[in-house]
Design a protein around this ligand. Structure first.
Ligand code: FPP
Length: 263
């Protein structure tokens, strides 16, 4: 694959997070029911997971079902998504094992139906020994509620005398997030053109590069993730600093109030 050869293996992201959007529009454009868009979307999930595994991506985190989806979508659609998740897990654990992929979850998963939770636990258990890509599905996930959960846990530590508020650091908050065991995403991809974060990993994406594509999720394949990674590799990450392409001399002129001579 040409795009794969163009990637710099030394600068692959460690963590890619994806907002999978556009299933409904994909179906609508074909005069199909929304359900069929979701079904096709589940196929895309597996393609992308296998590409992640092939390039040795350590962490892939997919926004599969938000708290807001759970509260605001018609019950029939929610129950379809839950059934789709169950069949996705049943049908793909073997392929995850073949690809050395381990599956985990983030979100208020305790609020999901017992049959769904059982299947989730089964898949996590069945892939626990794999050492390749960790596929994390965000399910019944919302970033603000994740922060609420973290603050509750911190409050318990303060009350137990294990932490004093004066000493609170960013690391204390980080270690109570659902993602405490992962690095922050280097790259956040969103499909179907919307320029929104939709309450996804708000704390964790502070310095993530964002890549938005107009492609709808059911049309998204591994190669499109590689294209996003290629775009990511062309960018310069600064983390609030200046980055390598800034000429330090320019800064000292500016600081001295001197006029810059165009070069
Ligand atoms: C957005 O499409 C997507 C979702 C609500 C959930 C994502 C679900 C899947 C990709 C399928 C199932 C996933 C797994 C892991 C089995 P939308 O309905 O919001 O699209 P629209 O904005 O075009 O209406």
């Amino acid at each position: 694959m040409a795009v794969y050869r163009r990637l710099d293996p030394a600068r692959l992201p460690k963590h890619v997070a994806i907002i999978m959007d556009g299933n409904g529009r994909w179906a609508g454009k074909r005069s199909l029911k929304r359900f069929l868009g979701h079904q096709q979307g589940a196929e895309s999930v597996q393609y992308v997971v296998e590409t992640a595994s092939r390039i040795g991506l350590p962490w892939l985190t997919l926004y599969a079902f938000s708290l807001e989806n759970n509260l605001r979508r018609p019950r029939l659609e929610v129950s379809f998504l839950m059934r789709l998740l169950r069949s996705y897990l049943s049908n793909n654990v073997q392929r995850m094992n073949d690809n050395n992929v381990r599956i985990q979850y983030i979100g208020r998963t305790q609020e999901l139906e017992p049959e769904v939770r059982e299947r989730m636990e089964w898949a996590a258990e069945a892939t626990r020994h794999n050492t390749g890509t960790v596929l994390t599905l965000a399910l019944n996930y919302g970033a603000r509620s994740e922060l609420v959960d973290a603050f509750r846990a911190l409050y318990r530590e303060v009350k137990a005398g294990e932490l004093s508020l004066e000493d609170l650091t960013e690391q204390d908050i980080q270690r109570h997030l659902y993602t405490a065991h992962m690095p922050d995403p280097d790259l956040l991809v969103r499909t179907s053109g919307e320029m929104r974060i939709s309450n996804y990993l708000l704390w964790q994406i502070a310095y993530s590069e964002i890549f938005v594509t107009d492609r709808l999720w059911p049309d998204f394949r591994g190669i499109h993730m590689l294209e996003a990674i290629e775009a990511y590799q062309r960018r310069e990450r600064r983390f609030g600093g200046l980055g390598e392409s800034t000429d330090a001399a320019d800064i000292s002129h500016e600081a001295a109030g001197k006029t810059l001579v165009p070069r």
